[in-house]
Design a protein around this ligand. Structure first.
Ligand code: ZN
Length: 438
């Protein structure tokens, strides 16, 4: 087919899938509703329901179905050369507690709807095209203990360390990751053993559509965007400051070991340091998302003897994250001496920023303009499975769809017309990258 003909056919084939897409979102919303939002725990009932809905659509549309040892689901439109490395598109089907219905799910159904649209067009790709529904991307909400995040994609890519199967603990069931995988009916021994299900030898590239988690596209009045890079993170999940409980009236200020004031000073100094980094023109954001005294012991009239807190720092530059990690050590040592407390910052994880593939990014820009969609490039502040594909040396790219609400929140909102623009671009992309013979 000639190029303008392709764009026309892709557009109408995608529009014909919008009923399927709407039904998918509504099945998920009804099936996993929790208060105003939805809850789909990693390796929990909600995530499983979403996988079942996705699998049913793939069965109905005669796509090939498989799962890997960690329970990620694959639906494939077979190519002419079954041995050629395939293209994969997909996203996760779990959510944060009481999150939005589109985070993750939009990218999973987009991948599947794109394949159904291409199949309905009678399109046979040169290589396999696969829609992937990924497990446990939101695992930082569902698994405590030590783990490196993005458990489903990292298991598929061989990046999950065997230790993590024991050290990641499900917050609702108390089971280890290994037990959770086994309990869900998957093969934890095969996850441990390897080899990786996905690798550069059998995957040519990965593309993920995802709802934007910031306000950039709303601000720019654009339906979709193309991601340049994903910020890296520096995280302390289980930081703690130990002081001493004492009477809030009887003990003079200078004799106290006040953990709250010590942590407050640490946060303030880190915030000042991050502000300096930004004013030097560098990229950084800093969050203390959890901070609490022990409700069993604390009291209005006690000097607080213990505070637990988290630290989450993100940047597009690894050097900045390393620098902040060093400042964290320096500041906590100084404050510990000054305030007679002890900091136990716990295990710190550092994940590197990841660059989306330049040539596939520019292919997406070409596609958007051929389809008459105005899109911009933008950096991504949140972690995504696409970053793990990059770490596994599989070229990857991402499409963002405008979010008119908030993220990780019931107020998350996506207009279906915006999603349709993203789906048109994704379908065009998969059609054009898979016509070339291997
Ligand atoms: Zn997500």
């Amino acid at each position: 087919v000639t190029a303008p003909e392709l764009e026309k056919r892709v557009t109408s084939a995608v529009d014909a899938q919008m009923a399927l897409v709407e039904r998918f979102f509504s099945d998920l919303r009804v099936g996993t509703r929790d208060g105003e939002g939805v809850t789909r725990a990693s390796y929990g009932a909600g995530e499983q329901l979403a996988h079942d809905v996705m699998r049913q659509i793939a069965v109905t549309n005669n796509l090939e179905i498989s799962t890997d040892a960690a329970g990620n689901l694959y639906a494939t439109l077979p190519g002419r050369d079954r041995q050629a490395p395939r293209w994969i598109s997909g996203s996760h089907l779990d959510s944060v507690p009481q999150g939005g219905n589109y985070d993750g799910a939009a990218g999973a159904i987009a991948a599947l709807a794109a394949l159904v649209a291409l199949k309905d067009l009678g399109f046979q790709p040169a290589r396999d095209l696969t829609a992937m529904a990924i497990r446990a991307e939101e695992c930082s909400s569902w698994f405590s203990g030590h783990h490196g995040g993005h458990l489903g994609s990292r298991a598929a890519l061989g990046l999950l360390k065997p230790d993590e199967l024991q050290t990641a603990i499900h917050v609702s069931t108390g089971q280890t990751l290994g037990q959770s995988i086994a309990e869900s009916g998957f093969d934890v021994e095969a996850v441990r053993r390897g080899p990786a299900f996905l690798s550069p030898r059998n995957v040519q590239g990965f593309i993920e559509l995802h709802i934007e988690q910031g306000p950039v596209l709303v601000h720019d009045k654009l339906s979709i965007g193309i991601v340049t890079s994903i910020r890296g993170t520096l995280r302390a999940r289980e930081a703690c400051c130990i002081g001493a409980y004492s009477h809030s009236g009887a003990v003079p200020q200078e004799l106290r070991q006040d953990a709250v004031l010590a942590v407050a000073e640490l946060i303030h100094r880190l915030d000042e340091a991050c502000t300096r980094v930004r004013s030097d023109g560098n990229d950084i954001v800093f969050t203390v998302g959890k901070i609490h005294t022990d409700a069993k012991v604390d009291s209005l009239s006690k000097v607080p003897g213990e505070v637990r807190f988290t630290i989450d720092v993100r940047s597009q530059e690894i050097a900045i994250l390393t620098q902040v990690s060093a400042l964290l050590d320096e500041f906590s040592k100084e404050i510990a001496v000054k305030r007679n407390v002890r900091f136990e910052l716990g295990r710190r994880t550092l994940s590197e920023p990841t660059l989306m593939d330049r040539s596939w990014r520019s292919h997406l820009i070409t596609g958007a303009s051929r389809l008459g969609i105005v899109a911009r490039e933008l950096p991504c502040g949140a972690g995504h499975d696409a970053a793990d594909f990059v770490r596994a040396h599989i070229p990857s790219c991402m499409i963002f769809v405008r979010n008119t609400g908030d993220s990780h929140n019931p107020s998350e909102h996506m207009e279906l017309s915006d999603f349709r623009d993203g789906l048109r671009l994704l379908t065009w992309f998969l059609a054009t990258v898979s016509v070339r013979e291997a």
